[in-house]
Design a protein around this ligand. Structure first.
Ligand SMILES: O=C(C[C@@H]1CCCCN1)Cn1cnc2cc(Cl)c(F)cc2c1=O
Ligand SMILES: [Mg+2]
Length: 572
């Protein structure tokens, strides 16, 4: 490709709205341009990378035995009524009416669509298992799109769905997909970790894993064991059971005692006022689970994990109760609430909080707390479960030797064992050997294709700009004639450009009439992995060969450069 003709608008200045490296570099390197909030145009340079990521994903999906198809982004609302998700989702679901005033959604995902296709096209167990996938634009009306394509309102996703007659068979495909995902992210040149995850709204009855590109700007927190290969999204991570903290037989603990705690509402204020550790407090929170009040208790030094609480309660919606609801439900002001004496409200307590020998909680009276509260003596919880976020230093639940460390990750893939949640609602069954209709068992597997571009850049950049891995680079080689008016330089550059292209190598030639400094800065910025500079010594047949990743550059003969490049590119 001749750069002088390309729409490749590089920018010197960092656009102020871009907060993270990949967003800044994607704008500066002429990869994307914003059309509207959370909606992006992929310029030619960016589109070449997007197609390369798609190709790698497609190759690995086909190697895993999946068949590619393509759905419409427009989905009839009827399907979303059948699964109930029309009502489950709020403004994030893009809804519209066609000219006949019929309701449609712009697809954020395609469980309903693919399950209804399988319902109408597959009826015998002989046709199962089958895995189908598409690479297509998805729409999710994020309240606050940010970080460029990392959290956009329109994005390219590969979504795959598998259909089975048994959980064992689903497990085979799940493992195949897990391996395919590892191949994909390895080929993208990404430092990634598969982590145990929380299925979230999609539900499903089985295990699920996210594939995290490890990066400081990642929105997700991953707990990683210092000793074994345990890794889990914080939404899911657990700690090894620690023996209950020196539980004294409850009869030795004195009876509860009220404490006058004027205006001390937060744990920190209480620690200061009472001079006891935060871990001695039973922090009481009030939620509405599907509209019903639930009291959740964690130790004062822990944080509630709403994903775990929601799963435990099997709630469709879970939200913090507002102060009015709290005061109405518990008859006490926020900051002084506690579990003792509550009637008619479900109490869930975290296992670590339940192990507190004698705790301090709100007394459900203004400016009053109580100490010597013993779980099981002074109040009886309805559930004792893991509903807290693990903290760094917690024991690993897998090996119990290592401790958990936190790292940030960008979720680039997520695979799920769905079960029959969608097939039962859509009515996708198969006839088993006894001609009996059974609900099809499903798995689903997503990759954020456009998000991968940002993740790869976050992990591959330096002060000069992007450093594309060869596998996804928009071009393999950047040929830069220093002075386009110099006949010798241009003919040598052109000749090399043509010979490399003839080998199937993708070459960008900077034939712009620009100062050398501008050319080199742009070349570092757009991050083509290999560069040949044709300058003063071209007449002697000498060019400069530079590897963007290492910065290493050597003066070599044109032939040496040609050999080196074909070796690196065709050998990859
Ligand atoms: O998409 C999934 C699960 C898997 C991911 C892999 C590929 C197949 N789907 C989860 N999810 C996320 N955000 C959503 C947003 C909206 Cl507005 C919605 F209506 C539905 C969903 C939704 O279901
Ligand atoms: Mg996910």
């Amino acid at each position: 490709m001749r750069q002088n003709k390309m729409i490749l608008p590089t920018l010197r200045e960092v656009p102020k709205e871009a907060e993270i490296t990949s967003h800044r570099l994607m704008l500066r390197a002429g990869i994307i341009r914003q059309l509207a909030s959370g909606i992006y145009t992929y310029l030619p340079l960016g589109y070449r990378v997007l197609k390369k990521v798609e190709r790698i994903v497609r190759e690995e999906m086909e190697r895993a035995g999946a068949q590619e198809l393509l759905f419409s982004a427009l989905q009839p609302a009827e399907l979303w009524h059948e699964t109930g998700r029309w009502d489950d989702y709020g403004p994030e679901l893009v809804r519209l009416k066609d000219r006949h005033q019929r309701d449609f959604v712009l697809g954020p995902t395609h469980e309903e669509v693919i399950t209804s296709l399988v319902k109408q096209e597959i009826s015998s167990y002989k046709k199962l298992p089958v895995t189908l996938f598409q690479i297509q634009t998805k729409y999710r009306d994020e309240r606050r799109p940010r970080f460029g394509v990392m959290r956009a309102r329109e994005f390219v996703m590969k979504d795959a769905y598998s259909f089975h007659t048994s959980w064992d068979d689903l497990d085979v495909t799940y493992k195949t997909m897990y391996r395919a995902y590892s191949n994909i992210f390895t080929r993208l040149g990404m430092f990634f970790r598969p982590v145990e995850a929380n299925a979230g709204a999609i539900g499903g009855e089985g295990e699920n894993h996210e594939f995290m590109a490890m990066a400081a700007v990642g929105e997700d927190t991953v707990a990683v064991c210092s000793h074994c290969d345990y890794a889990a999204n914080l939404e899911k991570a657990e700690a090894a059971e620690t023996p209950a903290a020196g539980l004294q037989p409850s009869d030795e603990i004195p009876v509860m005692e009220k404490l006058h705690t004027p205006d001390t509402k937060t744990i920190d204020q209480l620690v200061a006022a009472l001079g006891v550790e935060a871990s001695a407090f039973l922090k009481t929170l009030v939620y509405l689970a599907d509209g019903k009040p639930v009291v959740a208790i964690v130790r004062g030094d822990h944080e509630i994990n709403e994903a775990k609480l929601k799963d435990l309660l099997e709630a469709t919606t879970l939200e913090m109760a507002n102060d009015t609801t709290i005061e109405r439900t518990l008859g006490a002001p926020v900051g002084f609430i506690g579990p003792v004496g509550l009637k008619g409200v479900t109490i869930v307590i975290d296992k670590s909080a339940a192990a507190v020998a004698n705790g301090i909680t709100g007394a459900n009276e203004t400016d009053t707390h109580i100490r010597n509260v013993v779980v099981g003596r002074d109040f009886t919880p309805d559930r004792v479960a893991d509903i807290r976020n693990v903290v760094e230093g917690d024991k690993c639940p897998n090996c119990t030797e290592g401790t958990l460390e936190f790292h940030r990750g960008i979720e680039c893939g997520h695979i799920f064992k769905l079960g029959t949640k969608y097939s039962s609602k859509i009515g996708a069954t198969y006839l088993d050997e006894n001609q009996k209709a059974q609900d099809i068992i499903m798995g689903c597997y997503g990759i954020g294709i456009s998000r991968c571009l940002a993740a790869v850049i976050e992990q591959n950049n330096d002060e000069g700009g992007i450093i594309w891995p060869l596998s996804v680079a928009p071009f393999h080689v950047h040929v830069i004639p220093v002075n386009v008016k110099d006949e010798a330089q241009m003919s040598i550059a052109d000749n090399l450009y043509r010979r490399l292209q003839a080998q199937g190598i993708e070459v960008l030639i900077d034939d712009r009439d620009e100062r050398p400094g501008v050319k080199f800065k742009d070349s570092d910025l757009i991050g083509i992995p290999l560069r040949v500079t044709v300058g003063k010594r071209a007449g002697e047949g000498i060019v400069e060969f530079k590897v963007r990743k290492t910065g290493e550059s050597t003066e070599v003969s044109i032939e040496q450069a040609f050999e080196e490049i074909t070796g690196l590119v065709l050998g990859q």
